[in-house]
Design a protein around this ligand. Structure first.
Ligand code: FES
Length: 326
């Protein structure tokens, strides 16, 4: 599916530094549906300090069934360039401005088979979880939310109150939230799944608490805002045709290929736009996918990777390796 042509149909700047943006088709009408936890990738034009166009992903907070509008909530100053970044551009938009976007994609949907859903958000990380809450409210699923935000800076609080019947737990102190989380992790029925979204350091703590409480990785789900502070990873080898070279720790596969003279199409360089997808050959030892673009089935197949964020998984018996087919 190609790019969607949209216009800004509404703006709400009530919460300091958080802009809620409503996007709709220029002539109105239905937009592609989306599953809870989906994000919209907006094309951010070059200019205003941006040397090149970007593509940034923002979580959708509305109802995904037959939507006539898309709504996102964007915190000013994202990790991808401060005043020149995508969020700063969003904060300059005016009602009626045209916007192009890729159709919604999801890599953070609620697990259908889960018996219960424990949601843990920090800051603007509440956005995909509000979408989850809508789903749970609509279908009568059991869900519980712990939400950490600075006093007076909570986003989407009206929706949170409405969707949780006013019983969501807001926290202004991280230690308080973690203390409650420890209790809640030990008091969940079998089959509960945990979902967390927020700054990477926060999510690391949530995952660590869950692991200490004995939760398996298969029941823990994370949504990253951006990929600026990804684990630099271990070095690994890449083969492209007859050539074999190393991708150093902290260097992306995309950067390493560019250094070797390969022109790999790219746009966002943060795993959301899909431009840098590479086909992989059978000599690949395993892929560490960290993008928001590929579907779970794509990732399970293991025959493609996003060059900007993917790495080789550490190989148990020897040097980890990706074979790229150009
Ligand atoms: S450049 Fe956008 S996903 Fe890699």
């Amino acid at each position: 599916m190609g790019r969607l042509r949209l216009v800004v149909a509404g703006i709400d700047d009530t919460v300091p530094a958080v802009r809620r943006l409503v996007l709709a088709a220029p002539q109105g009408g239905e937009l592609p549906s989306y599953t809870p936890g989906s994000h919209l990738v907006l094309d951010v034009p070059a200019g205003a300090g941006r040397e090149r166009a970007l593509a940034n992903a923002y979580s959708l907070v509305g109802e995904g069934l037959h939507p006539s509008r898309y709504e996102i909530a964007v915190l000013l100053c994202d990790p991808h360039g401060g005043a020149a970044g995508g969020s700063a551009w969003v904060h300059t938009l005016r009602t009626g401005d045209p916007v192009t976007a890729m159709p919604p994609r999801s890599s953070f949907a609620p697990v259908q088979a889960a018996t219960r859903h424990l949601l843990v958000a920090a800051g603007i990380g509440i956005t995909p979880l509000v979408s989850h809450l809508r789903f749970h409210a609509r279908w009568g699923r059991e869900a519980e939310l712990l939400y950490l935000h600075r006093a007076g800076r909570g986003a989407l609080l009206d929706e949170v109150a409405e969707l949780t019947g006013g019983v969501a737990s807001p926290f202004h102190d991280r230690a308080d939230l973690l203390s409650r989380l420890r209790e809640r992790l030990l008091d969940q029925p079998i089959g509960t799944h945990l979902y967390t979204c927020g700054p990477t350091g926060f999510m690391d703590l949530v995952v660590s608490e869950a692991q200490e409480a004995g939760w398996p990785a298969s029941r823990i789900h994370l949504e990253h805002f951006g990929l600026d502070d990804l684990d630099p990873g271990e070095p690994f080898d890449v083969t492209v045709g007859e050539r074999r070279f190393e991708v150093a720790s902290g260097v992306s596969l995309l950067e390493a290929m560019e250094q070797q003279g390969y022109a790999v199409p790219n746009l966002c360089r943060q795993g959301v736009c899909g431009e840098c997808r590479l086909d992989l050959g059978p000599a690949t030892t395993g892929v560490w996918h960290r993008d928001l673009y590929l579907t779970d089935d794509d990732k399970a197949a293991g025959d493609c990777a996003m060059a900007c964020v993917s790495r080789a998984l550490p190989a148990a018996d020897g040097r980890s390796h990706l074979e790229v087919s150009l």
